[in-house]
Design a protein around this ligand. Structure first.
Ligand SMILES: [Zn+2]
Ligand SMILES: [Zn+2]
Length: 936
C-alpha cells in the first residue's frame, strides 16, 4: 500500500478552503506580464458591487475558470482580470434605503457627504460577491482586481469623454428620455421594466376647424396627454382622410388648432380609426413622427419632473388648467376624462390591457420626458463595430447571436449617457455663471425642484441647466472661464451611465490611457464569456470603444451562454420561490459537484434546466472518483514509483485498452474545449472515468494486481493504473479543481511527474494532457468492447435466470467469422474471470444445445446451457409465478390509466409516474416470458 492515504469520505469544505488558500499563497493565479509564452486573457463581466452571487454568475464564473485553468495548464501566459461595477442607480438606492431607516435623505446630507457614505458602504459590503466568486474556485488574478470607480479607471472615463466631445461624438441636447419621477433621473432602456396592466382605451372626438360637424376620432390610453397634442396623423393613402391632410382640428379643452398630417409609419391603415393623436413631448413614437415633419412639430411639455401637470401648459382653457394644474398625471387623467365627457368629446371607453414601463429600482411609472441630456453620437462608432463582426474579427459563439447584434447595431440610436444621480463618474463639464446667466436657473433650498429637469448641484442648490448652456469640457477642472475670466464656475452635476465605464473595461482595467506593459501584452483579450441579455448594453459598446480608442477589437470571440432555469424550464424568480442559491448548493454538495453540473448542462444554444437532484447526482460522481482513487492507492506498492514504461511488452490487453481510451478521450476533450462545447467535455470525462476506468478497468486489473510482488505484469498494471488516474485528474481539473488537487497531492510523487519528470507542486500548474496518438489503438478498443459486451450479456443471463453468483457456468459463443473468434479468444481470460465461466467455447460452427439461455451481441450469439445449473422445473415454476404476479400489476395500472376521470384529475406528475411504471412492468414481463421460453 502507498504511504499516503485518502480519508474514507470526501469532505469538500475543508478541502476547498485548504487548496484555495494554497493556490493564492503560491500566487498561481497571478499573471507575469514578462512571461514569454503566448498570452491568453479574459476580463470578467464585472458584477454589480451591490450584487450577491446568483446562479447566472455561478455559470459564468465556472465557464471562464474552465478556460483559464485549461490555458494556464497548457502553458499560456494566462490572465483573468476580476472586478466589480459601481452600478450607479442600484448602489445609490441601496445606500438611500439604508439612510432612510434613520430618516436621513440624501438632499439633507448634501452631495459630498452622501458620496462619502456610499464609499463607506462599498468598503464594508462591496467585497461580498468577490468572496463568493472565490468560493466558486475562480482563479482570477486578485492582485489585479479593479473597480469601475478606481482612480485609474476614472481617468480612462474622463479621457474617453473629453476625446469624444472634441471629436463631436458627444453632445448635449434636448431629447425624449425615460424619466423616473421618483428617482429624478433619466434611465436607459434596460432600466425600464415593462409590465402588462389593465387599463382603458379612450376614444376622443376632435372636430375639424372648418366644419365642427365632422369629427376625427382618436384612441389613447393616456387622455391627459392630449393637452400636449400638436398634430393628428392619418395615413397618406387612406381614402377617408387623405384630402384632410393640411387642414386643422380644434383640440378639445384648449384653444389650439393643430394640423392633420400624413405619416405612413405612425399610422397603421389596418388598425383602429385610422387617425392618431401626436404628442411629441410625451411619447417616443410621436417624438420621431414630429421630427419627420418639415418644419418639425412643436413639443409641448405638460408634465413637470415629478410627473405633475404643469401650471403653464400653453393654450389650455383657463378653467380646465385651474382644475388640473399640479395634479399627478394619473389623477389628472380621470379629471380630463370627466371634462371631455361633460363637453361631449368622449366617444366611448373600452377595457384595454397595455404595457406600462416602470423604474427597475423603485417601480414608479416611467415617463417619456423631454429634457437636456448628454448623448453619444453612436452611428460613426457603430459602423466599424458592425464591420469587425462581418469580417469575423470578432466571432459570436453560437453564431446565431450575430444576427441579434447586427439588428441592434444597424438600428442604433444615440446613447443617452447622463444620469441625474450622485453616485458615479461626474461629467467633466463646467458652466460659467456669468456667461450662461440666462440659461442657468439656480434656486437655493432643500428639495426645491423647479420645472424641467432640475439638478441638485451642490448642497442645497438646485440648478436648471438650459440646453443652450455653453459647456466647458476638459480633463481638469478649469480655474476660470476661458471667455470672460470669471471664477464663478459650476460643474455639471450629472454623472455618467454605468455602462459608459464598463464599455472601457477590457482596456481600462489594464491601465489605459497609460501605456502599460499589460495593455501591450493582454489587449486584445482572447474571449469574452457573457449572457445574451447584455449584448447591446455591454458587448456592443465594448467593441465600439475598443475599436475607437485602441484601433483593435477588445476580444476575438464572444461566447454567449445559456440561461439557467428551474427543472420545469421556468425562469428562476424570488416570487415563484424556485431560485436555486449557489451558496446553498456549494454547502450541500461541494463546489466541484456544482461546477460539474453547470458544465454538463452548458450546451450551446440551449437553456439549462437545473434541479438540486442533478447536483446530487454529480456529487456521487465526485465520490466515485474518490473511492476509485482509494482503491488505486491501496493497490500501489508502498515504495511505488513507475517502474515500467507504458510501452513495455508486459502490459496487458486491458492496460493497452484503457491507455487507448484515455488518449482518445484526451483528444475529444481538447477538441471540445477549443470549440466551447463545455457539455461535451463534461460528458466525455464522466463516461470515461465512471464507466470505463472505474467500472471496467479497475475490475479487469484486479487479477494482475493480486499477482505476487515483483511480477513484471503487476508492475506494468500498477503503472497504468496510476498513470490513467493521474492524467484523468489533470483532464478534469478545470471543471473540478478541488477534489482533483486533493487526490493528486496524495499520489506518490513518482506518479505525478510521469510526463515531464520535473517537480511540480500543484495540479493547477501541471501540464494539461495532450493525446499520445501512438497509444490509440482502434483494434484493441474494438476487441475489448466485444469482450465487455460478452461479459455484460452473461451477467444479464445470470441475473435473469437466477443463477447463483458462485456457480461456475459454461458458455458457448457462435461468432460470425473466424477472425472475430480469434480476437475474442485473445481476451477470453477476462470473460472467464469476470463472468465466472469455467468453460468457454468460441467458434463459427458451434451449435445451439437444448435448454439454453441465449443472448446476442454484435458479431456473435451466446448460449449458456442451463441443464445441471438450474432445477429446470422449479425455475419454470418460479418464472410462471412471477409472470402471473406482474400481469396482475399491469392490469391494475392499465385500468387506472384508462380511467379518464383519474387521468384528468390527478396531478400531472402522478400520471406520468404511473405511466412510466406500467411501461417498466411490461418490459419486465417480456423478459420473464423470454426466459421461460428458453427453458422449454
Ligand atoms: Zn425610480
Ligand atoms: Zn464666462
Amino acid at each position: 500500500m502507498s504511504e499516503k492515504e485518502l480519508p474514507k469520505a470526501y469532505d469538500p469544505k475543508s478541502v476547498e478552503e485548504k487548496w484555495y488558500g494554497f493556490w493564492t499563497e503560491k500566487k498561481y493565479f497571478h499573471a507575469d506580464v514578462n512571461a514569454r509564452s503566448t498570452p491568453f486573457s479574459i476580463v470578467i463581466p464585472p458584477p454589480n458591487v451591490t450584487g450577491s452571487l446568483h446562479i447566472g454568475h455561478a455559470l459564468n464564473a465556472t465557464l471562464q475558470d474552465i478556460l483559464v485553468r485549461w490555458m494556464r495548464m497548457s502553458g499560456r501566459n494566462t490572465l483573468w482580470v476580476p472586478g466589480t461595477d459601481h452600478a450607479g442607480i442600484a448602489t445609490q438606492n441601496v445606500v438611500e434605503r439604508q439612510l432612510a431607516k434613520n430618516d436621513v435623505d440624501r438632499h439633507m446630507m448634501g452631495r459630498e457627504a452622501f458620496v462619502q457614505e456610499v464609499w463607506k458602504w462599498k468598503q464594508e459590503y462591496g467585497g461580498r460577491i468577490i468572496n463568493q466568486l472565490k468560493r466558486m474556485g475562480a482563479s482570477c488574478d486578485w492582485d489585479r482586481e479593479r473597480f469601475t470607480m478606481d482612480p485609474g479607471l476614472s481617468k480612462a472615463v474622463i479621457e474617453v469623454f473629453v476625446t469624444l466631445h472634441e471629436e463631436g461624438l458627444i453632445y448635449r441636447g434636448e431629447r425624449l428620455i425615460n424619466w423616473c419621477p421618483r428617482c429624478h433621473t433619466a434611465l436607459s432602456d434596460i432600466e425600464v421594466e415593462h409590465e402588462d396592466e389593465k387599463g382603458k382605451l379612450y376614444h376622443i372626438a376632435y372636430p375639424l376647424s372648418h366644419d365642427h360637424a365632422i369629427r376625427l376620432t382618436v384612441a389613447t390610453t393616456r387622455p391627459e396627454t392630449m393637452l400636449g397634442d400638436t398634430a393628428v396623423a392619418v395615413h397618406p393613402l387612406d381614402p377617408r382622410y387623405k384630402d384632410l391632410i393640411g387642414k386643422t382640428v380644434d383640440l378639445p379643452l384648449t384653444n389650439r388648432k393643430i394640423p392633420i398630417i400624413g405619416d405612413s409609419i405612425l399610422v397603421d391603415l389596418e388598425f383602429g380609426t385610422g387617425a392618431v393623436k401626436v404628442t411629441p413631448a410625451h411619447d417616443f413614437n410621436d417624438y420621431e413622427a414630429g421630427q419627420r415633419q418639415k418644419p418639425e412639430l412643436p413639443r409641448i411639455k405638460i408634465l413637470n419632473d415629478r410627473a405633475e401637470i404643469r401650471g403653464d401648459v400653453p393654450d389650455v382653457l383657463p378653467d380646465v388648467l385651474k382644475r388640473i394644474a399640479g395634479k399627478p398625471a394619473k389623477k389628472a387623467r380621470g379629471m380630463v376624462v370627466e371634462l371631455l365627457q361633460e363637453r361631449g368629446f368622449m366617444v366611448k371607453t373600452d377595457d384595454h390591457a397595455h404595457s406600462v414601463g416602470k423604474c427597475y429600482r423603485c417601480k414608479s411609472i416611467v415617463e417619456p420626458y423631454l429634457s437636456p441630456q448628454w448623448f453619444v453620437k453612436t452611428r460613426p462608432l457603430a459602423e466599424p463595430a458592425i464591420k469587425v463582426v462581418e469580417d469575423g474579427r470578432v466571432e459570436f459563439v453560437p453564431r446565431g447571436w450575430e444576427n441579434t447584434y447586427f439588428e441592434w447595431m444597424r438600428n442604433i440610436k444615440d446613447w443617452c449617457i447622463s444620469r441625474q444621480i450622485w453616485w458615479g463618474h461626474q461629467i467633466p463639464a463646467w458652466y460659467c455663471r456669468n456667461c450662461d446667466k440666462g440659461v442657468l436657473i439656480s434656486k437655493i433650498g432643500v428639495g426645491v425642484i423647479g420645472e424641467g429637469a432640475s439638478r441638485p448641484a451642490a448642497s442645497g442648490e438646485v440648478v436648471t441647466i438650459g440646453v443652450d448652456a455653453a459647456a466647458i469640457v476638459q480633463r481638469e477642472a478649469p480655474k476660470q472661464c476661458p471667455r470672460c475670466d470669471s471664477h464663478e464656475l459650476m460643474r455639471d452635476p450629472d454623472v455618467l451611465d454605468t455602462w459608459f465605464s464598463s464599455a472601457l473595461w477590457p482596456f481600462s482595467t489594464l491601465g489605459w490611457p497609460d501605456k502599460t506593459k499589460e495593455v501591450e501584452t493582454y489587449y486584445p483579450t482572447s474571449v469574452l464569456i457573457t449572457s445574451f441579455d447584455i449584448i447591446f448594453f455591454w458587448v456592443a459598446r465594448m467593441i465600439m470603444m475598443g475599436l475607437h480608442f485602441k484601433h483593435e477589437v477588445p476580444f476575438r470571440q464572444v461566447y454567449i451562454h445559456a440561461l439557467v432555469r428551474d427543472a420545469e424550464g421556468q425562469k428562476m424568480s424570488k416570487s415563484k420561490g424556485n431560485v436555486i442559491d449557489p451558496l446553498v448548493m456549494i454547502e450541500q454538495y461541494g463546489t466541484d459537484a456544482f461546477r460539474f453540473t453547470l458544465t454538463a448542462f452548458a450546451a450551446q444554444g440551449r437553456d439549462i434546466k437545473l434541479a438540486p437532484e442533478r447536483i446530487e447526482g454529480y456529487r456521487n460522481f465526485a465520490n466515485k472518483i474518490w473511492n476509485a482513487s482509494r482503491f488505486v492507492f491501496m493497490n500501489l506498492d508502498e515504495d511505488y514509483s513507475p517502474r515500467s514504461s507504458l510501452h513495455t511488452p508486459h502490459i496487458s490487453l486491458a492496460d493497452r485498452w484503457i491507455l487507448s481510451r484515455l488518449n482518445s478521450v484526451t483528444k475529444d476533450v481538447q477538441a471540445a474545449l477549443v470549440d466551447y462545447r463545455f457539455n461535451d467535455v463534461a460528458s466525455s470525462l464522466y463516461h470515461f472515468i465512471w464507466h470505463e476506468y472505474c467500472d471496467w478497468y479497475l475490475e479487469l486489473s484486479k487479477p494482475v494486481l493480486y499477482e505476487e510482488k515483483g511480477s513484471a505484469s503487476r508492475q506494468a498494471t500498477q503503472t497504468v493504473l496510476a498513470h490513467v488516474l493521474e492524467t484523468s485528474l489533470r483532464l478534469l481539473h478545470p471543471i473540478m479543481p478541488f477534489i482533483t488537487e486533493e487526490i493528486w497531492q496524495t499520489l506518490p510523487e513518482g506518479a505525478r511527474g510521469l510526463e515531464s519528470g520535473a517537480r511540480i507542486d500543484s495540479i493547477m500548474v501541471s501540464p494539461y494532457p495532450v493525446a499520445d496518438e501512438k497509444l490509440i489503438n482502434a483494434g484493441i478498443e474494438r476487441d475489448m468492447q466485444m469482450v465487455m459486451d460478452l461479459i455484460m450479456a452473461i451477467r444479464n443471463i445470470r441475473g435473469e435466470m437466477n443463477i447463483a453468483p458462485s456457480m461456475q457456468i459454461t458458455a458457448i459463443v457462435r461468432v460470425e467469422s473466424k477472425e472475430l473468434g480469434e480476437h475474442l479468444e485473445k481476451s477470453s481470460g477476462y470473460a472467464k474471470t469476470l463472468a465466472r465461466i469455467k468453460e468457454l467455447r468460441i467458434g463459427v460452427s458451434e451449435a445451439k444445445p437444448r435448454s439454453v439461455a441465449t443472448a446476442v451481441i454484435a458479431g456473435a450469439e451466446i448460449y449458456v446451457p442451463l441443464e445441471g445449473i438450474l432445477d429446470l422445473t422449479q425455475e419454470r415454476d418460479r418464472l410462471q409465478k412471477e409472470i402471473a404476479k406482474i400481469s396482475k400489476d399491469i392490469e391494475v395500472f392499465s385500468k387506472k390509466l384508462s380511467n379518464k376521470n383519474f387521468v384528468d384529475k390527478a396531478p400531472k406528475e402522478v400520471v406520468e409516474k404511473d405511466t412510466a411504471k406500467l411501461g417498466e412492468f411490461k418490459v419486465k414481463r417480456e423478459k420473464l416470458e423470454q426466459s421461460l421460453r428458453m427453458l422449454e
